[in-house]
Ligand binder design. Structure first.
Ligand code: GDP
Length: 403
């Protein structure tokens, strides 16, 4: 999901131009004088990627999701964003931003974000349309990754759909539904792909990938678990080819039970596992920072489960951040690992990618060691990079562009 509101100085008049310049400065973008007349700027939310939350009924999805939406960083930091009711946005904790804000005297900090979409409860038979079956599958298809919420808490007052709390069985139930849905997709797609591959050699790779997926799924494994290359499978929108991560909803007093957590982690490896107590997370978002810290420490945690979840989700999606800073804001921008400098500029605005000239890059560590941009420049730590430069996590960047 990506929303940009375009503000063009020419169309919206002087005031917008002015604010656009401010935003541009804040975003670490310099239009080269004389080359650029028209400022085209976003006020962006750049919530690029969405994680679908799935799980059996009564595992704590709504509780977790309410915590996610109350914790909404979009509402606080991105005033122009429209927030959909079933989407919760969480900031990815990044201590570097506070340090940058100190160096630049920034007024505010904008972390990278991950958004979560609440997907109605999955039940046995969802792949055949049971429960909210089809709608549910369509929403998952649009997600970039799947986050399964698994019940571990033992509260006898909360009924389990299958009558007993068993993380292993629940994971199997959910995966089975997703696998069955994918097998149905392939059943329809394979005859078509076979025909296409006969007529066009270039389609052979997709056919081969689909056939391989069919075998893997037939064995009861997800495409992700089997490590299948998601690229040729992309056009098939297979659910199980998406990255998976797992949230175990654990009783608060079990969060320090390392033997239990290791056992659960092993169930889903190599996928990432996050452990939290959804009820505690719901309480935490109601508290101020000091109280929240006290509550976390009382259950032996260092940061909230939501923060951990955001961070893990970010890595699961293969993302990294680069940083921009100025008096207005210090900000983390989301890019894929391996993104080039123009691609990184494009995250701020597509025009910055098109008109990319060069980027001045200082690594976060160098900037902190030097204490200022001027000092970093004089020590030769500020590099001028061109369009082939591959970004590194934590690069502090100012782009030069021409529109
Ligand atoms: P959903 O059906 O997966 O969305 O589950 P809900 O979030 O509605 O939770 C179902 C019930 O379990 C509610 O009564 C919650 O208060 C309770 N619940 C959710 N998370 C926890 C938890 O971590 N511990 C305990 N004891 N109860 C929980």
């Amino acid at each position: 999901m990506r929303r940009h509101r375009l503000v063009t100085g020419r169309i919206e008049g002087l005031r917008s131009t002015h604010s656009a310049q401010l935003t541009a400065a804040a975003a670490g973008v310099t239009a080269v004088p004389g080359l650029s007349r028209l400022w085209t700027l976003l006020d962006s939310t750049t919530v690029a990627l969405t994680i679908g939350i799935v799980g059996l009924p009564n595992v704590g999805k709504s509780t977790l999701f309410n915590a996610l939406t109350k914790n909404d960083v979009l509402a606080a930091n991105y005033p122009f964003a429209t927030i959909e009711p079933n989407v919760g946005v969480v900031g990815v904790p990044d201590p570097r931003l506070k340090v940058l804000a100190g160096i630049f005297g920034s007024e505010r900090i904008l972390p990278a974000t991950v958004s979560f979409v609440d997907i109605a409860g999955i039940v046995k038979g969802a792949s055949e349309g049971a429960g909210l079956g089809n709608k549910f599958l369509a929403t998952i298809r649009e997600s970039d990754a799947i986050c399964q919420v698994i019940r571990v808490f033992t509260d006898p007052d909360v009924v389990h759909v299958d009558g007993r709390v068993s993380p292993k069985d629940d994971i199997e139930t959910i995966n089975t539904e997703l696998i069955l849905a994918d097998l149905q997709t392939l059943e329809k797609a394979l005859p078509r792909l076979q025909k296409e591959a006969r007529l066009n050699k270039e389609r052979a790779a997709v056919l081969a990938a689909a056939e391989e997926a069919n075998v893997v799924l037939g064995e009861g494994r997800t495409a992700f678990e089997a490590g299948l290359d998601p690229v040729p499978l992309r056009e098939l929108w297979l659910l199980t080819a998406k990255p998976f991560l797992y949230v175990f909803n654990v009783d608060a007093d079990e969060l320090s039970n390392t033997a239990l957590l290791d056992e659960l982690r092993a169930l889903v490896a190599p996928a990432e596992a996050v452990f939290l107590d959804a009820k505690t997370e719901a309480d935490l978002v109601e508290l101020d920072d000091a109280e929240a810290l006290e509550l976390l420490q009382s259950i032996g945690m260092e940061e909230s489960g939501l923060s951990t979840l955001a961070r893990v989700a970010f890595t699961t999606l293969g993302l990294q951040t680069y940083l921009t800073a100025g008096p207005k804001e210090s900000r983390a921008w989301t890019i894929s690992k391996g993104a080039t400098a123009p691609e990184a500029a494009g995250v701020i605005h597509t025009d910055f990618q098109k008109g990319f000239i060069k980027a001045e890059v200082i690594s976060f560590g160098d900037l902190v060691a030097c204490g200022s941009v001027a000092e970093a420049r004089s020590k030769g730590k500020a590099r001028i990079e061109g369009k082939d430069y591959v970004m590194t996590d934590g690069d502090v960047v100012e782009f030069r562009f021409n529109v």
